[in-house]
Ligand binder design. Structure first.
Ligand code: 5GP
Length: 184
């Protein structure tokens, strides 16, 4: 079966064009997995995926992490159906794992303003992990105005809305095999 990679996507009345191919994504995810394997060998880390957007990235990443580890999830309120952040973050689901004294790696799909990441780091630090690192597949570097610690980044991207590979627009587009960007 061939991957779902149409030439353009119409979503919520707007047009998106291909930006990062399936091959580019898979190659980079493989590199990140190898890097994490080297850095966390013998540490039995817990990877915490941020739902919903990070679910595909996390599942691909985990297949390149070659050491014992655990996986857990949390969920934040989303953008709703908008392309810009509401400027407010609330927690919809907390982690189940006890992370006190554990090595934690937070896995995000994208960092935009940095507000979500800042909120998550503050929340997780109160649970006293032995260490806390962050991975984000995408980073809108020029849009990030909160001071957040990003340890592993897949791709730096421009300040434009993207979808695909887990990321949605009004809940659509998560199943696209590559990442599309708004065609301005
Ligand atoms: P921040 O809190 O950094 O402003 O935004 C982070 C969250 O906003 C991400 O986890 C993601 O859910 C959403 N987000 C930010 N930019 C985009 C984008 O370009 N496309 C999609 N689909 N979601 C985005």
């Amino acid at each position: 079966m061939s991957p779902y990679t149409p030439a353009t996507i119409e979503c919520n009345g707007e047009t998106f064009k291909p930006y990062l191919s399936e091959n580019q994504l898979q190659e980079r995810v493989k590199e990140l997995g190898a890097q994490l394997t080297r850095d966390y060998e013998d540490k039995r880390p817990i990877f915490i995926g941020v739902l919903n957007g990070a679910y595909i990235f996390l599942s691909d990443l985990m297949r390149h992490v070659q050491m014992p580890c655990e996986v857990d999830f949390l969920k934040l309120s989303s953008y709703g159906d908008e392309k810009v952040s509401s400027g407010q973050v609330t927690s919809l689901k907390e982690i189940d794992a006890d992370i006190k004294g554990r090595h934690v790696v937070l896995v995000e799909d994208i960092v935009d303003t940095g507000l979500s990441m800042k909120y998550l780091l503050e929340q997780l630090r109160t649970k006293e992990p032995a260490s806390l690192a962050t991975v984000s597949l995408l980073h809108k570097k020029d849009a990030t105005h909160y001071d957040v610690q990003l340890d592993y980044v897949g791709f730096k991207i421009p300040t434009l809305f993207v979808l695909g590979y887990g990321l949605d627009y009004a809940q659509e587009g998560r199943n696209l095999a590559q990442i599309y960007i708004l065609d301005e």
